[in-house]
Design a protein around this ligand. Structure first.
Ligand code: 3AM
Length: 177
């Protein structure tokens, strides 16, 4: 199974984000049902390892919190923008949860994640869209700020490659108390 740990988003916020998904020819917009904040990409695991991951995540205790989406930005690979996102405002409680998840997963035998945690909601993926157009889109959406979102659980998702987009299935929800 190809797995990742993420926060899902309320319907109203997905809808609000989907209004921003446009105005950039060549971008491949993510379907609103696929919007999420990745906390930890796990990757392919055999079933028995997935169970160990589930047990480790189920044993984790952390409080719920609110988060706010704010700003827009991009990720690049090899000097080319390949993803466009809406940011998550700095949030020590979110960082705390992410650290706990990382620790739990390492105890479950996963390799340490070496990349810095930069929480975001990917709105589009792209390849070869002109830089000036991307910069224009980012400038035009950088002042976005969402309503506060109450986070009461996190979710282990599986991901299957679909025809157009990956299909993400929530496998287990873990309550935050
Ligand atoms: O949260 P976003 O949408 O930015 O790009 C994938 C997606 O990120 C990322 O995990 C999230 C859920 O699929 N992802 C996919 N393959 C990855 C990999 N090999 C990866 N992240 C790190 N390493």
């Amino acid at each position: 199974m190809r797995l990742f740990v993420a926060l899902d988003l309320p319907h109203s916020l997905r809808e609000r984000l989907s209004w921003m998904a446009g105005g950039l020819p060549g971008a491949r917009w993510v379907a609103p049902e696929n919007y999420h904040v990745t906390l930890r990409f796990i990757g392919e695991l055999p079933g028995y390892r997935a169970e160990e991951v589930d047990q480790a995540l189920a044993a984790l205790r952390a409080p719920g919190f609110t988060l706010q989406l704010a700003g827009a930005g991009t990720f690049e690979k090899g000097g080319r923008v390949n993803s466009l996102w809406i940011g998550v405002e700095r949030n020590p409680q979110l960082d705390h949860l992410q650290t706990k998840i990382e620790t739990a997963l390492q105890r479950a035998g996963l390799e340490r994640e070496r990349r810095r945690f930069l929480p975001h909601v990917t709105l589009a993926r792209m390849d070869g869209v002109p830089e000036a157009k991307i910069a224009g889109w980012v400038a035009g959406h950088n002042l976005f700020r969402s309503q506060p979102v109450l986070v009461e659980h996190f979710t282990l998702f599986s991901s299957r490659l679909g025809k157009e987009q990956a299909v993400y299935t929530p496998e287990v929800e873990y309550e935050l108390v």
